[in-house]
Design a protein around this ligand. Sequence first.
Ligand SMILES: *Cc1c(COP(=O)(O)O)cnc(C)c1O
Length: 424
Amino acid sequence: MDFKVPFHRRSFLHGAGVVFGTIVSWTRLLASPGRHSDTAFVPVQPVKIRGFGETGDAYKELGVTTVINGQGTMTMLGGSLIPPEVEQVMAEAARRFVYIPDLEVAAGKRIAQLLKLPEGYTGLVTSGAAGAMTCGYAGVLTGDNDELIRRLPDLTGMKSEVIIQKAHRYGFDHAIRATGVKLIEIETIEDLKKAISPRTAMMHFTNFQNSEGQIKLDEWVRLAREYHLPCFNDAAADTPPVSHLWDYVKMGYDMVAFSGGKAMRGPQCAGLLLGREEMIRCAMLNNSPFEDTVGRGQKIGKEEIVGMVKALELYLNQDHEALSAMWQRRLDSINAQLNKFPGVGTSYYVPEIANHVPTMQVRWDAMKIRLTPEQAHEELKNSNPSIILGTTDNGLEITSFMLQPGQDVMIAEALVKLFRKHRA
Ligand SMILES: *Cc1c(COP(=O)(O)O)cnc(C)c1O
């Protein structure tokens, strides 16, 4: 990829005496493009800690309760837990300096290889899927025009609208609006045709809302092609299945966002933006480490970039069927205990999209157990150990993919105790 960067990046080029807005080859900014050189490598060794952290339980030292997570990959609860291999490569990455844009380009290439993305596509490790949306949209608005990059979110002289289906509006569209664009809501194909104007920058698809909108996933990308507009798919929580990591790009989406800190078990502050090389290049120019960009606040560190690559590799090499079977077995073991309790019923389902993992719903007869779902949630949260489960209109919801070994037993015990306590 021919990477170019606006030359005014003052933080490291101050005094270069180059006219504002001049574009130079990206590689000219790098000390040794493409060449690997080692600074002294210090392998990670465990050290004896004194003071904060010396007990080996930093959370406890702070007086913060850790929780058993039977709800799923919730950012509020810390996302997911990184595997030890990811932990180790992150610790190694923390020991030396690298030029971050170099690292980003190289990591993006490795990610594209791992995913076997088509020619002309690459990846960018971002601070998360939301961060991927902000810099991805910013890049489409500004291109690599340095002045426009600095101007965002003031869109004077730029395209300023993004088309989205009404049913696809969601909390995370704030990450799109952060670029300054206005979201134009539509429902039908007729609406879409009317909404398209010279102001239209892009068409946004919210993957988990596929069944809610009138225009479906494949139709959306077809329409985008027809009207010569780029389109974006937010598939943040939409692995498993693992194939979703390449499906949408192959379907024709120009950019796709995934969370790194959800089912892929990458660093919590990481995500993937996959897309056309030119768009990814412009996304990066609108992101940290570059100053005076809309994305500077969503910094991604060398540790997270390297950790994300490792997490992705591990995730791709996993036996996904065996994992799913293990998650189901854990739910079965909880179910076996709950079934013995009069008035409690359970059922299983797998969400069609987003958190596509075995999920168990627990309901109870309100005449036999006097407890609302909210009360149940609060009592479990405040119990010891603290347990977090999802709530539904008439009960609780459990996923087991974020559980540690043995925690299924603890959840079953806590639920039985809770139901016993509230037995009418
Ligand atoms: C979690 C999520 C996001 C945000 O992802 P982060 O990686 O936490 O930034 C965006 N969109 C959807 C649909 C999500 O589920």
